[in-house]
Ligand binder design. Sequence first.
Ligand SMILES: Cc1cc2nc3c(=O)[nH]c(=O)nc-3n(C[C@H](O)[C@H](O)[C@H](O)COP(=O)(O)O)c2cc1C
Ligand SMILES: [Mn+2]
Length: 483
Amino acid sequence: MAYSDLRDFIRALEKKDELKRVKIEVDPVLEITEFADRAVKRGGQALLFEKPKGSDVPLLINAFASMRKMEIALEVDSVEEVAKRISEYLEMQMPQGLIGKLKMLPKLAEMGSFFPKIVNDGACKEVIRKEGFSLNEYPILHCWPQDGGRYITLPLVFTRNPDTGKRNCGMYRMQAYDETTTGMHWQTHKQGAEHYRRLKAEGKDARMPVAVAIGSDPATMYSAILPLPPDLDEMMIAGFLRGKPVEMVKCETCDLEVPANAEIVLEGYVDIGESRTEGPFGDHTGFYSLEDDYPVFHITCVTQRKNPIYATTIVGPPPMEDFYMGKAVERIFLPLMRLQLPEVRDICMPAEGIFHNMILVAIRKSYPLHARKVMHAIWGLGQAMFSKCIVVVDEDVDVQNVSEVAWKALNHIDPERDIAFVLGPVDSLDHASRMPNYGSKMGIDATRKWKEEGFTRPWPDEIRMSAEVKERVDALWKKAGLS
Ligand SMILES: Cc1cc2nc3c(=O)[nH]c(=O)nc-3n(C[C@H](O)[C@H](O)[C@H](O)COP(=O)(O)O)c2cc1C
Ligand SMILES: [Mn+2]
C-alpha cells in the first residue's frame, strides 16, 4: 500500500523501530548535524526532532539513511525488486495470441496508474498565506561551521520547460537569505537551470515560476533526485515507484502544481537575470563548495499543513544519507543502463567516490577496446557524464567488492597503455578541475588484454585451489585440531 504522505512513512519507520523521537531541545544550528552524522555512521535510526530550538515545527532527518530505510521508503524487501520491476517493463513484448494479450492487460492498466492526477484540494492547503509568512518559522539547518547560512536541503523544486510545457522536479538546495528569499542552487547541467536558460533566451518573461514542496510521501521525495532524461516527469516515476498516482494540486500564485500531500509548499518565482552569492556549503564531497553566483527565489505564498513536519538532510564526509539514496539509484538504474549497454554486468559507485568521482563497471568483453567503448558511452549517458574515474573490469570481477577490484585492476593495467584521459563536463561540485564545470576524466581499462589488442604475452590464470583438494582439506581440517 502506497504511503499517503510523510506522516504515513514516519509511522512505518517507527513501527519497524527505524525512527527515534528526540524530545529534548536541539539546535538546528550545527547540533542537529552532529546528531544526524553520528546516527548515520552507526547505522542508526531516522531522527524526529520534536523540539528544534527556535521553531514549533518538528524536524525529520535521516529517513532514507540506510539500505533498510530505503527499502521501507520504497516498500520492498530489497531495492533490487524495483530494478526487477523495471526490467519486466523493458522486456515486455507483444504477446502471442488472445490469452497472451489478455494476460498483459493488468500490466497495461498498472502503467496507466503511474500518471499524476490533478486534484482540487490537499493537505498542503490547510493553511494558505500570501503575506505574513516567514522562513524563520521553520527549523532550517545551519549544517556545517563554515556554511554561508541556513539551507533547505531536501526540497522538491518544480519548474516547467518553457518550450515543451513539461514539468520537472529536482532536488536543489536553497540557502535562506531572509524571511522570503532563498538561493536556487540548480547546477548548470540540471533541468531547472536549463529551463531558466531557455526562458532567458526567449527574452520576454522576466519571471520564472518556481514551486517548492518540502516533505511528501517517500517515493515522491525520492523521485526528485533521480537522474532522469529531460522532460520525463519525476511525478510519473514517483507514481511507478509507489504504485499509485501522485495527486497534484495547483499552486495559488503561479502556474505550477505540487504534490497535494506536501507538508510545506513555497510558491514563488526566480527573476531572470538576478543572481546572488550562494555558499559556501559543506557538500556531498565532504568538502565545502565555494561561493558562487546562483539565481534568487522569491516566495510569494506559503501553503502548509496545520502542524507541518519539516523534512531535511545533511551531506558531508561519506557515508551520509545521500550515499544510501545514491546506492538505490545505482541499483534501480542498472537495468536502464543495460538497455543501452547490455554488455554491462554490474556497476558500483563506492561511498568514497561520492557518485561522480568513481564508477566501477564489470563488462562481458566481446571485442578489442570494448572497455573504451563502455567508458565513452557512460560519459555520454545523462548524469553519468560526471564520472571522473571509470574503472572497467571483466565480468568475473565482483565490482561490489571494492578491494577485489583494486587488487585485480592494479595487477591488470599497464598504466600508459590502459589509462585514457578525456576532457568533458564535470560535476559543479568538483573542486579540483581547472575551471568550474570544465575538466578531465580518467578511464581505466582493467580488463584482460587480448592478442587482438596488441598484447602478445600470455595472460596468467588467477590462482585458485582445486575443488578436490578443498574437499579433502575440509575433512582433514578438524582432524588437524583446527576450529
Ligand atoms: C540531498 C541532495 C541535495 C542535492 N542538492 C543539489 C543541489 O543543490 N544542486 C543540484 O544541482 N543538484 C543537487 N542534487 C542532485 C540533484 O537532485 C540530481 O542531480 C537530480 O537528478 C537533478 O534532477 P534534474 O535532472 O531533474 O535537474 C542533490 C541531491 C541530493 C540527494
Ligand atoms: Mn528531471
